[in-house]
Design a protein around this ligand. Structure first.
Ligand code: PMP
Length: 361
């Protein structure tokens, strides 16, 4: 008998499907499938990585004090209430490891980000999916789904892959009506794309049961560096630090993130381009009979008449060197999630969809 078996729940985890980055036989490919910053990292981050190379023989900082100070400075936060991780994925993992185990429930919403379920199962907990309303997080459905075993509730605001978000009053209503033993996690991976949005900071400061996660992978253009962070009460951050490995972030990653967050001009440029071309692309596709919900993030969820049409359009876009994301796995088989590239990418997508629509009966 084979005694080498994984923990219960592990084999229920579906392997994460990363997107392709090239198409055989097609040149000039643009990848619009992972919500990355199309303009690349800040030049200051590149320079910081070069400079960090000289100290690669040393272990990196264990407490990330310098990066936490920079984050605190830019966002007006207390550095002692910040924890840094290998992408915000790792903060999600820490939360599940530290707060959810066998017998506990972790709520995510219908179209919620895949990592919530993966991390809950990896911790031995039970993921519980609750319905959304027209692709928007539904606070009442979440509250109705809570039990005395619910330990964590994850919502992304703005959400991936829908791009929709709920207002601060709704988030506060959710936080205030959760069971006593439940932490609300506000995943702010796309928060930087919402002008003037504090991603729940005011809500967190007024409560003990809310945590926010953020990332350098999107607006800051550092997906390849894997840097994210979390913000919450001192007690929760202390707990998360206990499950964190001592050297979880590399020296180049720390240096890149610190330089990127202080490159205000570059950040502003990227945000403004995203806002401009997101509106342009949504309108261009809507004119061709491909609607999308108003997106607050760096992608749009383009909806087609049927799963077959979405699949055929995906294939057509690929043949034109445009890699977007089918979201069949997220139960939206009639949709394509398209990252907002720069002007050239958006114009190419609009032209290719128009071409596709002409040939689609
Ligand atoms: N949350 C959401 C909603 C996301 O879309 C992503 C990335 N796709 C993440 C978290 C994780 O990002 P990272 O680990 O790169 O910080």
């Amino acid at each position: 008998m084979n005694r080498i078996t994984p923990q219960p729940g592990i084999m229920d985890i579906a392997l994460y499907q990363g997107g392709a980055s090239h198409v055989a036989g097609v040149e000039n490919v643009i990848k619009l499938s992972s919500n990355e910053n199309p303009f690349g990292p800040s030049p200051k981050a590149i320079e910081a990585v070069r400079n960090a190379a000289a100290t690669l023989h040393r272990y990196p900082s264990t407490d990330h004090a310098s990066l936490r100070a920079a984050i605190a400075d830019v966002h007006g936060l207390d550095p002692d209430r910040i924890i840094c991780g290998v992408g915000s994925d790792e903060i999600i993992t820490f939360l599940c490891q530290a707060y959810a185990g066998p017998g506990d429930e972790v709520i995510h919403t219908e179209h919620g980000f895949a990592m919530y379920r993966i991390s809950a199962l990896a911790a031995g907990a039970t993921p519980v999916e609750v319905a959304e309303r027209d692709r928007v997080v539904d606070v009442d459905a979440i509250l109705a789904g809570c039990t005395e075993r619910t330990r964590l509730v994850f919502i992304a605001n703005p959400a991936n892959p829908t791009g929709t978000m709920i207002g601060e009053a709704e988030v506060a209503r959710l936080a205030d009506n959760l069971p006593d033993q439940t932490i609300l996690v506000l995943d702010g991976a796309y928060a930087e794309y919402v002008e003037g949005f504090d991603a729940g900071r005011a809500i967190i400061d007024a409560r003990e049961n809310v945590v926010m996660t953020r990332t350098f992978s999107k607006l800051y253009g550092l997906g390849g560096m894997r840097v994210g962070w979390g913000y919450g009460s001192r007690e929760i951050i202390d707990v998360l630090n206990r499950v964190r490995g001592p050297f979880n972030l590399s020296t180049p990653a720390l240096a890149a993130a610190e330089a990127a967050i202080r490159d205000f001009d570059y950040v502003e440029y990227c945000r403004a381009e995203n806002t401009k071309w997101r509106a342009w692309l949504a309108e261009a596709l809507a004119e061709q009979g491909v609607p999308s919900d108003t997106s607050c993030a760096n992608f749009i969820l383009a909806r087609f008449g049927s799963p077959d049409e979405a699949e055929a359009c995906d294939a057509h876009l690929q043949s034109r060197g445009l890699i977007v994301r089918r979201v069949a796995g997220y139960k939206l088989p009639d949709a394509l999630r398209i990252t907002i590239g720069g002007e050239e990418a958006c114009r190419r997508v609009a032209a290719a969809v128009a071409e596709f629509k002409k040939g689609w009966k």
